[in-house]
Each structure stands twice: as structure tokens, then as C-alpha cells.
Write a protein that binds this ligand. Structure first.
Ligand code: HEM
Ligand code: SF4
Length: 555
């Protein structure tokens, strides 16, 4: 894992001191809330519906045990005993008191963490595949590139006041687990004639105008990464619309300028700045790569695993859903579900965080990841240790065997916390998860991604959910629109609206009708919901969703 050098350490400490003084001036009244706002936003501090919210960066979702323990300490000491893992691999604390924020930032700095550029119109936390370094289908670990981009973009003098926020994701595998096509810049590691490079996508994004990213460069040599990204952001910085915040993201710039013209401008800018990159970045990349070398794996006999798998049905169910093959046969990737049905998706208590830290330290070579699907990953666990890991997770209520199934729902904070929300999203996720627990249909239904946002901003990724749910406000009443067929992988697609929305108490029955229709029409158990939708299209699902309308049409 990357470790701070003296520069990083001094930089983060300096920011803590600077922001501490700003908080002090807000508390003593010498700064108004309006004056304080841009300062707090540079340090991840939002004002939400009920309180301040602090968003802490987890670079490319990678943490060690000590860092996770510190997050637990912060949750326990300054918050209400829990934290919320987000779709951008970060963690949010929903209830910090303003007076405590400087101390929280100082505690974070003690473990090489911070909240810089987790808000504001800057380059945000660079995200990456949560299975990085462990996945069987990996071409190369994306994290060294993400770290290089983090260092380049942090406090970059030219890019502190972009037209709008800017998000970059990197994937190093053939399967995209980082939703790169819904990012301002999406980077996919590829190899061409034995040379490593990137397919570069630009202009993807969700929000009120969802757009799938477009290929700007089919193959960018590895050594050109920083100058090319700098060229993209620099062209966007000049061209991006500052007159209308709804048209300010690069996806609109690409759309309005045209892919061909903006690519030409990027290439032109690239050729201007390329000579300034004389190779220091590549030396740095070399050092960063060393920091991400694979752990010293310990080979273990996996008899204990086989015995538990053959004899313990709970363990077997958990392995079948939550454990993924590792690049080494004697190891496995464990996805810890933070989606126990009935709980808030993504919320973990301090006790659970400590338990996960202990597992990482005892069985996981001290590594943890946060996934964009709001779960926590132990990327390297010897198969022999899986029974012990499972038992420890059960003790703290983290053994839900539902990764990738219906109750593994992404939901944004919605009306429970967010000042922009037009509807609740967390309770909808909880109700769906509990209803399908009751029906015991999760395994029959199989792989399914439901994603819920509490307003048009789409923080819950609903556009790329196989089933997307968007909560809106219709004359003071919550109304939920359903979209079908969205996909956040390498086959990315934006979902299509089914028709009129549903009231809060109608949404769970509507999802139930939809899924019963799927079970009825699928060609076999192996045909997933998304495959069935792609085969039969919208109509049969519409018929299930709006039976009354069908009757009227038939009359
Ligand atoms: C404090 C509460 C939040 C506020 C005020 C907020 C605000 C926004 C806004 C205004 C947008 C639309 C941006 C645009 O299209 O230009 C957006 C998009 C987004 N936010 Fe949030 N958000 C909040 C919480 C979250 C949380 C908790 C997550 C992660 C779980 C998140 C992740 C995202 C993502 C993934 C998008 C869409 C992707 C994109 O940027 O196009 N946000 N957010
Ligand atoms: S989608 Fe809307 S309600 Fe949900 S967190 Fe984003 S801004 Fe808030």
C-alpha cells in the first residue's frame, strides 16, 4: 500500500491547521456561513438536512486495519457510533459537530487520511476496481495509476475551480467493476502489441443528464497518462459552461462541442504540454508500483475449508455468494455485505469497523477495500481461513450472504440526510430487502442490481441499475419512477423509464410484480433479469407493472 512521504505528511498537516483556523473564525462569528462555505467545501464538509456531514476520502477504496480502526474511533467519539460507506468508495460521517471537525481531521492525518477534494469543483477521489491486485481477470493493478493521478490532482493549482466537479475511475480488468463509463474520465488498462496503455473514455456521467462515456483514445501509452489527463481537464476548464451549473459537467461540454472537435482540441493541448513531462512522473510511478506489490502470500492447506463447506449450510451459502476466486487458487476475495436486510445500505457501526480491521490484520494481509456498491472487501484471504472469517463476521452481524442479489441495493442518503432530496431512498431499500427476505426469492431471482436515488442527481446510480428507482416529489407527495435495463459494467447502458411513477407504499408491490413476471418469462434459471430484459424488451414488464392500464387498453 502507498505510504505518505514527508511532502504528503506536511501537506495534510498544513491543511488541518489552516482549516482549524477557519473553523475557529466561523465559530467566533468572524466568518459568515456564506463566507465559510467555499472553505469547508474544500475540506469535505457539507451542511446537510440536519447537521454537518464530513466526507472522508478513501483513495481508490484502499484501507489498512489501522485506518479502519481510526474511522471506528471517529464514529464512536465524534459521531453517533457509525459511518456510511458511499458509492465513490468514501466514508461519510453524518453527525459531526463543527467544533470537533479540526480534531477529526487531525485524527485522520495520524493515519494518512484526509477529506481534501471530497467536495467542491475539483478532481474528486480517484476510484478503482475494489478487487484490484486480487482479481483473476486483471491485466494490471489500477491502483498505482490511481495514486499517480491522486498526487497529480491534489491541490493542482490550475484545477481548483473547475466549471464543476470532476470524477476519474480506473479499471485494470476485462470486467469493469468501477463503472468507468459513468465518469468524467474513465480509464481502462489495455495491452496492445505487448505494450501497456489505456483506453480513455470521456464525458460519462449520471445526474440529471445521464450519458455513457465516449472513447477519446483507443490506446494511450502508459507514459502519456498524466499529460493526456491534464490536456482533457485543461480543455474542459476553458470550455466548460460556467453559466449554468446543470450544463457544467464535461459530459455536456463533449455533447455540445462534439467528440471529434473536443478530441482534436485535447490532442492539440496534449502536444503542447507533453514535452514538459520529462519523466519524473514515470520515476514516481515506478516507486508507487513497488508500494503496491502483492503481499507475501502464505500457502495453507485448505482441508478446514472443505470440511466447513461440506457440513455447514450457512457457511456454504455465504461462500457461494460472497466469496470470489482470487488470482491464487489457495486464496479468495471476500466481500463483506454491509447490506444486511433491514439495515441502512452502507452503514457500519464502530464495532463492525473494528471487527473488519481485526480480520484484515489477522487473515487479510492488512488490506481492506470499500466497493462502489457500498460493501467492504478483504481482497486476500487464504481459503483455509474462510471458516474463521465467516464466524467472526457472524458475531458482528456482517455475514449476510447476499452479494449481487436483490438485497445488495445501492441507495443514496435521500430524505433521511440530504438537503437536496425529493424522496426517501434508504427506507425503500430496506423495505424491498425485507420483503424479498420474507418471500425467500432472492436466490431464485439470482444476480440483480437495484439502485435507488432520492433525487434527480443520481448519487445512487439508479440510471445504471438493472432496476433503477428514482424518488421524486410530485406536489408534495413522494413518487418513484422505475427504469429497467441499466448496466454499470463494460456493457454500460442507461435504463429506460417504464412509465408513470409509484407512490411510496406502491413501490415494493410494483417491484414484486416486476420480478414475478421475470421469473415467469425467463428461459431458464441461468437467464438473469438483465438478460431476460434484453431479450424480451420492456412490454411484458410494463404489463406486470401497470395491470390496470392493460385492462383499460383491452376494453
Ligand atoms: C450531502 C449529500 C449529497 C449531495 C448534496 C450531493 C450532491 C450531488 C449532486 C448535486 C450531484 C449531481 C452532479 C451533477 O450532475 O453535476 C451528485 C451526483 C452524484 N453523487 Fe452526490 N451528493 C450527496 C451525497 C452523495 C453520496 C452519499 C454519494 C455516494 C453514495 C454520492 C455520489 C454521487 C454520484 C455517484 C453522483 C453521480 C455521478 C456523477 O457525478 O455524474 N453523493 N451529487
Ligand atoms: S441523489 Fe439526491 S437525494 Fe440522493 S444523495 Fe444525491 S443529492 Fe441527495
Amino acid at each position: 500500500m502507498y505510504q505518505y512521504n514527508d511532502f504528503d505528511e506536511a501537506f495534510v498537516r498544513e491543511r488541518v491547521a489552516q482549516f482549524s483556523a477557519q473553523v475557529q473564525r466561523r465559530i467566533d462569528g468572524s466568518l459568515t456561513e456564506d463566507e465559510f462555505k467555499p472553505l469547508r467545501l474544500m475540506n469535505g464538509l457539507y451542511l446537510q438536512l440536519h447537521a454537518y456531514m464530513l466526507r472522508v476520502a478513501v483513495p481508490y477504496g484502499t484501507l489498512n486495519g489501522r485506518q479502519m480502526r481510526q474511522l471506528a474511533h471517529i464514529a464512536r467519539t465524534y459521531d453517533k457510533g457509525y459511518g456510511h460507506f458511499t458509492t465513490r468508495q468514501n466514508i461519510q460521517f453524518n453527525w459531526p459537530k463543527l467544533k470537533d471537525v479540526p480534531q477529526i481531521l487531525s485524527d485522520l492525518a495520524d493515519v494518512e487520511m484526509h477529506a481534501i477534494q471530497t467536495s467542491g469543483n475539483t478532481i474528486r477521489n480517484v476510484t478503482a476496481d475494489h478487487f484490484a491486485g486480487a482479481a483473476k481477470d486483471e491485466i494490471a493493478d489500477p491502483r498505482p495509476y490511481a495514486e499517480l493521478l491522486r498526487q497529480w490532482s491534489t491541490d493542482h493549482p490550475e484545477f481548483q475551480f473547475l466549471p464543476r466537479k470532476f470524477k476519474i475511475a480506473v479499471s485494470g480488468s476485462t470486467h469493469d467493476r468501477a463503472v468507468v463509463r459513468a465518469h468524467d474520465i474513465g480509464l481502462e488498462i489495455v495491452e496492445k502489441d505487448g505494450e501497456r496503455g489505456f483506453r480513455v473514455l470521456i464525458g460519462g456521467g449520471l445526474g440529471r443528464t445521464p450519458i455513457i462515456g465516449k472513447v477519446a483514445r483507443e490506446f494511450l501509452p502508459e507514459a502519456d497518462l498524466l499529460p493526456y489527463c491534464e490536456a482533457i481537464v485543461s480543455v474542459y476548464n476553458l470550455l466548460g459552461r460556467r453559466d449554468n451549473k446543470y450544463k457544467a459537467r464535461i459530459k455536456i461540454t463533449v455533447h455540445e462541442t462534439g467528440l471529434e472537435e473536443i478530441s482534436r482540441m485535447i490532442e492539440e493541448r496534449f502536444s503542447q504540454i507533453r514535452p514538459a513531462f520529462t519523466g519524473v512522473d514515470q520515476q514516481l510511478l515506478g516507486q508507487i508500483k513497488d508500494a503496491f506489490s502483492a503481499p507475501d502470500y502464505v500457502a495453507k492447506d485448505d482441508d478446514a475449508f472443505q470440511i466447513a463447506y461440506d457440513n455447514d449450510p450457512l457457511f456454504r451459502a455465504w461462500v457461494d455468494t460472497n466469496v470470489t476466486d482470487h488470482v491464487r487458487d489457495d486464496h479468495a476475495i471476500v466481500s463483506i455485505s454491509i447490506k444486511t436486510p433491514g439495515q441502512t445500505p452502507g452503514d457500519a457501526t464502530a464495532e463492525q469497523m473494528v471487527a473488519m480491521a481485526e480480520l484484515a490484520e489477522s487473515f487479510g494481509y492488512d488490506e481492506l477495500r470499500i466497493s462502489h456498491e457500498q460493501n467492504v472487501i478483504l481482497p486476500h484471504v487464504a481459503r483455509a481461513d474462510l471458516p474463521e472469517v465467516h464466524a467472526a463476521l457472524r458475531d458482528v452481524g456482517l455475514a449476510a450472504a447476499n452479494i449481487g442479489l436483490i438485497s445488495d441495493i445501492i441507495a443514496c442518503p435521500g430524505m433521511d440526510y440530504c438537503a437536496l432530496a425529493t424522496a426517501r431512498s434508504i427506507p425503500v431499500a430496506q423495505d424491498i430487502a425485507l420483503r424479498f427476505e420474507e418471500l425467500k426469492l432472492a436466490h431464485d431471482i439470482g444476480p440483480l442490481k437495484i439502485k435507488i436515488s432520492g433525487c434527480i442527481n443520481a448519487c445512487g446510480h439508479h440510471h445504471v441499475g438493472h432496476i433503477g428507482i428514482l424518488g421524486l416529489d410530485r406536489a408534495g407527495v413522494e413518487n418513484y419512477q422505475i427504469t429497467l435495463g441499466g448496466d454499470g459494467t463494460e456493457d454500460a447502458a442507461i435504463g429506460t423509464r417504464t412509465g408513470p411513477g409509484f407512490a411510496y407504499d406502491e413501490i415494493v408491490p410494483a417491484i414484486e410484480r416486476l420480478l414475478l413476471a421475470y421469473l415467469d418469462l425467463r428461459e431458464g434459471e441461468d437467464e438473469t433479469f438483465l438478460q431476460a430484459y434484453r431479450r424480451v424488451g420492456m412490454e411484458p414488464f410494463k404489463a406486470a407493472l401497470y395491470p390496470e392500464k392493460e385492462k383499460v387498453d383491452a376494453a
